[in-house]
Design a protein around this ligand. Structure first.
Ligand code: IMP
Ligand code: MG
Length: 190
């Protein structure tokens, strides 16, 4: 089983043009974010909310790096992408299940790209009148956006390139890579 996992990982690594953040670098940064969030939200009712599917790998590491009591929930959002770019159309496929009124929500997202997904999810969550609503994004793509999405916490700033690994996919693959990297262009030039 573990041998299979290692082989699969190696196979996927071969499709990367370059690694942006290796396993250790990601884990160190996630621990730092966890410490900061634990300090900032001490004494408050914190609920982490992640967006499936991409955000759940980050969520599962981040929640274990947070040392204060908290709950978590999941929201489903699908953004239709033409190739590797967002078309701006987002549909909600799953609402949060917890009662969020008066809670301090921290949205835990894998990547801020066009911002359409976070925009729609924030609108959805605000209806429940939380005490606060902030965003923690592991990656922030350096690009222009039609609207601003304020991020309270950012793991890493990245160039405007299509990245995979650590939850992020291309056609549902590469989510299980422990690192984050840029795909070889020939993979998505299909
Ligand atoms: P948005 O463009 O900010 O709405 O991003 C929507 C979603 O597309 C993100 O939550 C990711 O799941 C996915 N996404 C955006 N950029 C990338 C990328 O570079 N690689 C893989 N997935 C991405
Ligand atoms: Mg996502």
């Amino acid at each position: 089983m573990s041998t299979d996992a290692i082989l699969t990982e190696n196979e996927l690594y071969a499709d990367l043009e370059r690694v942006l953040f290796d396993r250790e670098t990601i884990q160190t940064r996630v621990r730092e974010l966890g410490r900061q969030i634990s300090e900032d939200y001490r004494g408050r009712e914190l609920v982490l909310i992640s967006i499936i599917k991409g955000g759940i790998v980050f969520l599962s590491d981040l929640m274990r790096a947070i040392t204060i009591p908290h709950a978590f929930d999941l929201v489903g959002a699908s953004s239709y992408r033409g190739g590797t770019r967002s078309t701006g159309r987002v549909i909600i496929t799953k609402d949060a299940e917890l009662d969020l009124r008066g809670k301090h929500i921290l949205l835990v997202e894998d990547i801020l790209d066009s911002g359409h997904t976070l925009n729609v999810v924030c609108e959805l969550l605000r209806i429940q009148e939380p005490a606060s609503l902030e965003i923690c994004a592991l990656l922030n793509k350096n690009r222009t956006r039609d609207f601003s999405i304020p991020l309270k916490y950012v793991g890493f700033e990245i160039p405007d390139e299509y990245v995979v690994g650590y939850g992020l996919d291309y056609k549902e693959h590469y989510r299980n890579l422990a690192c984050i990297g840029v795909l070889k262009p020939e993979i998505y030039r299909d």
